[in-house]
Ligand binder design. Structure first.
Ligand code: CDP
Ligand code: CDP
Length: 221
């Protein structure tokens, strides 16, 4: 009898493709740590904007990044990033952050700053007795965990995604963020080779989660 396996599930996709909703449900169902890396990029963006550091000033940006101190706090099954002991608030979903986040996220130094922190979530998950982690973002299956047990890539038509965001009452520059995220040089949004493609345009959240859950269950058996 071996001990039960620890699994890593990577979920990537464009804005409002259903990453957060599905990964939160999967985390509950399988006792996995849920890690929303988009919230990390949003939080760094919010902090740099607060400090008045533009993404175009690399010197000031590097100085600011070197001074940031990251730690993690659990919020149920989700990992919350703390910067200098401070958690993010609702402001990370504001229009201002929506408009700037993809510009900061395109900078290699910003991505490098988050690399070890994101990989370190495996230790956080193990320390707290989770059976694994489900991490969502843009480069999880391609860069952060290319060896993940399961790598999903979520699609949905842009019009459907815009409709979903609007239904949440959120204004968002989805198309522009997708364009910037897909065209940047460092860790662009790409379908990683071998990833499992899920097109949710005509599927309910339940149907999407059902497909993913069946595959996760088969890994945990
Ligand atoms: O929730 P939504 O899909 O709209 O966005 P998000 O996951 O909160 O990510 C916000 C932004 O962070 C993205 O548009 C990317 O610019 C950046 N991001 C990234 O570059 N790499 C990741 N692994 C996650 C997010
Ligand atoms: O995390 P990401 O930005 O990829 O998307 P999300 O915030 O999980 O999903 C955006 C909205 O689409 C949520 O209100 C979901 O309930 C809804 N939705 C979905 O995620 N999947 C479907 N198949 C249908 C609707």
């Amino acid at each position: 009898m071996g001990s039960s396996p620890f699994i890593i599930v990577a979920i990537d996709g464009g804005a409002a493709s259903g990453k957060s909703s599905s990964s939160k449900i999967l985390a509950e169902r399988f006792n996995l740590l849920h890690v929303d890396t988009g919230s990390f990029y949003r939080q760094i963006t919010s902090e740099l904007l607060r400090r008045g550091v533009p993404h175009t000033d690399l010197v000031a940006l590097n100085t600011a990044l070197a001074g940031l101190d990251f730690s993690t706090q659990l919020d149920g099954r989700s990992a919350r990033m703390l910067i200098g002991q401070k958690a993010a608030g609702d402001e990370i979903r504001d229009q201002r952050v929506n408009d700037h986040v993809s510009h900061y996220a395109a900078i290699p130094e910003v991505r490098h700053t988050l690399l070890a922190y994101q990989r370190g979530q495996v230790d956080v998950a193990r320390q707290h007795g989770f059976r694994g982690l489900v991490m969502e973002g843009r480069d999880i299956g391609s860069v952060i965990f290319p060896q993940a047990d399961l790598r999903f890539f979520m699609h949905a038509d842009p019009a459907e995604r815009a409709k979903r965001r609007a239904a949440e009452g959120r204004q968002d520059s989805i198309a522009e963020r997708d364009r910037l995220d897909s065209s940047r040089k460092t860790s662009p949004l790409v379908v990683p080779a071998g990833a499992i493609d899920i097109d949710s345009t005509h599927l309910t959240l339940d149907q999407v989660v059902g497909k993913m859950a069946a595959l996760i269950a088969s890994k945990l058996d």
